[in-house]
Design a protein around this ligand. Sequence first.
Ligand SMILES: [Mg+2]
Length: 156
Amino acid sequence: MIKINIPGYRLLELEYLVLDFNGTLAVDGKLIGGVAESLNELSKHIKIKVITADTFGTVRKELNSIDCELAILGNGNQVKQKARVVKQLGSKRCVSIGNGFNDWKMLKVSALGIVTLQDEGAATKSIVNASVMSKSINDALDFLLKPDRLIATLRR
Ligand SMILES: [Mg+2]
């Protein structure tokens, strides 16, 4: 578990890290540099789940060396499917990271929602429903590895 006490806001007791793949962990279907190392470090403290529509068909190969669970979405409402995974894990125990429109509800219902703004952009609906926005996935993962940065941004 990762515990982060944000003064005036909330005590986060995070057991699951839920991640979107394309646009968040990967650009053009390829994992972004530094992500594998950070995820394997985080996996010692928190369970990692990647939820994706796998637009580029690369997710299994790219996540091969990472200690995580994978959920590939079917057709149908992906906003609901992603939010449902978070609710089933327990919203209060989840930090989620995403960028696309289909991430907005999982970002909203998670105890901590981080939206990343990288090469594939971010849906404005996801930006307004996140707790915090980050300029890269490596910065977002560093929020969990170096929580003082997150505390400084979110304290009341
Ligand atoms: Mg995405």
